[in-house]
Write a protein that binds this ligand. Structure first.
Ligand code: GLN
Length: 490
């Protein structure tokens, strides 16, 4: 019989270990799910990562896995693995808030494709995770349901917008989670919380059932303890979905198998613009160590330039807000969630609902986005930003003609203090400097832990790769991870 301590430490194991423990009978899926819920009960009041739990659905799924095992059937790849879902993805019958008041009371009638694929692969979905409102933010302080606290230092932000997803893995409340990344929202919180976060190529994972922020930039991807787990989850999540016309027909390679191939001979580019002014000293040192590890593993390092990088943040904040202003028009009190009851006319109902339902940052972005799209300003801002987006993409394509992947910091600093940047939106936006470029260019990226600051805060290295070349960045990340294992054990 498993003791409580055993099941709790199982959450700290990799997906492969959990699957093995369940296959061998060392653990039951029900026991593991119950232990996650106990951890959540004990830890979540300090961290505020979860917005809704779906215990009945989870335990039913777990029981199904245990029954399969007792019948001697072959278990699916994620059998019994407890996973949490960022609350911008729909789960049938589980309230979806997107971190906003405006969706209060909304219960989606369908599962997002990413959710359905995890469950079909045997995963046990525990509930929904806190995030910045409509995924707009870099600190999780824009959630209508309160900020998430970084489990590694409770007075610090977990990063955003998928702060709950990163914190849940870091605090061992789930073995893995799903997040979304429009301008860094998987990679930056992964780096702040000391876990792995993967941004798949645009089109690699279906967005069906994702509450849209900026549709040309939004991606769905996993948070995990290990790079191998990220590879396993991508294998389950990736692939064409007839319900998302932008999802790619490209075949899904064996990502987990790719990790067996040594990185020797890979050419790694170091973009000079990502190591410029404003980069924290400890972050620079940790990423340089990751570069050394790659060199020792037989990679060659090459200084390269991505000359348009300095335009990335303004370009992103024009395009993302423009798309958001269009996407968020659907929240008007008629179809979803909140509706102002004290309005005499339809127009006033719209205005009151949107005024009460949206938070400050979301309103700021709707205003900005509407402005850059309006007649007279469209050419100067929106069209210009689209042109610069092409230049930024061409920077990457040129680089990838001579190198196989890029190594950069994920964020310019380690996790900052709660409240430190809330009064200064511009300084918050500037924290996205190394992450928004990959979204604009459509390429893939991953953040992998590569060390700690002098204060003991986690630091992440970002590896960027060609369109649909997740296999290479996973291999490079696994090499950085390997080096970390040598210098630091959990
Ligand atoms: N921090 C960025 C923003 O606020 C990115 C958010 C995201 O990736 N969803 O828009």
């Amino acid at each position: 019989m498993m003791t409580l301590k055993d099941t709790q430490s199982a959450v700290r194991r990799s997906i492969q270990d959990v699957r093995h423990a369940i296959t061998s009978g060392e653990l039951t899926a029900v026991g593991l799910a119950e232990s996650c819920y106990r951890t959540i009960e004990a830890e979540n009041p300090k961290i505020n990562a979860w917005l809704a739990l779906c215990k009945e659905r989870a335990l039913q799924q777990a029981q199904g896995i245990d029954d399969m095992r007792s019948r001697g059937e072959t278990l699916p790849p994620l059998a019994g693995v407890p996973i949490g879902i960022k609350d911008v993805l729909t789960m049938q019958g589980v309230p979806a808030t997107a971190g906003s008041r405006i969706l209060e009371g909304y219960c989606p009638p369908y599962d997002a494709t990413a959710v359905a694929r995890l469950e079909a692969a045997g995963a046990v979905l525990l509930g929904k995770l806190n995030c910045d409102e409509f995924a707009m933010g870099s600190s999780n302080e824009n959630s209508a349901y309160g900020p998430v606290h970084n489990p590694r230092a409770l007075d610090r932000v977990p990063g955003g917008s998928s702060g709950g997803s990163a914190a849940a893995v870091a605090a061992d409340m789930a073995v893995a989670t799903l997040g979304t990344d429009t301008g860094g929202s998987i990679r930056q919180p992964a780096s702040f919380c000391g876990v792995v976060g993967l941004l798949p190529t645009y089109g690699r994972v279906s967005r069906y059932g994702l509450i849209a922020f900026a549709s040309s930039l939004d991606r769905v991807g996993p948070f995990t303890h290990t790079v191998a787990d990220a590879a396993t989850l991508l294998g389950v999540l990736a692939g064409h979905d007839p319900l998302d016309a932008t999802s790619s027909m490209q075949p899904v390679p064996d990502y987990a198998g790719a990790l067996e191939h040594p990185v020797k001979g890979l050419r790694i580019g170091i973009p000079e613009e990502y190591f410029a002014e404003g980069l924290d000293r400890d972050v620079r040192a940790a990423v340089e160590k990751a570069a050394d590890a790659l060199r020792s593993a037989g990679c060659t390092l090459h200084k390269i330039s991505l000359p348009h990088t300095r335009y990335a943040v303004p370009t992103y904040y024009v395009l993302a807000t423009a798309e958001a202003s269009a996407n968020l028009a659907r929240f008007d009190g008629v179809r979803y969630g909140l509706r102002a009851k004290d309005a005499a006319t339809l127009g006033s109902m719209y205005r009151k609902t949107r005024d009460r339902g949206f938070g400050k940052e979301v309103k700021r972005r709707i205003l900005l986005g509407t402005y850059v799209l309006s007649a007279g300003y469209y050419d100067a801002y929106y069209r210009k930003a689209q042109q610069v987006r092409t230049l930024l993409t061409e920077d990457f394509l040129r680089a990838f003609a001579s190198v196989d992947a890029l190594l950069t910091p994920t964020a310019p600093t380690p996790a900052f203090k709660l409240g430190e940047k809330t009064d200064d939106p511009l300084s918050m936006y500037l924290a996205d400097i190394y992450t928004v470029t990959a979204n604009l260019a459509g390429i893939c990226g991953i953040s992998v832990p590569c060390g700690h600051s002098s204060e003991g805060l986690p630091i992440g290295a970002q590896i960027l790769g060609r369109h649909f070349d997740e296999a290479t960045i996973l291999r490079v990340a696994a090499t950085v991870e390997q080096q970390q294992k040598g210098t630091h054990s959990r």
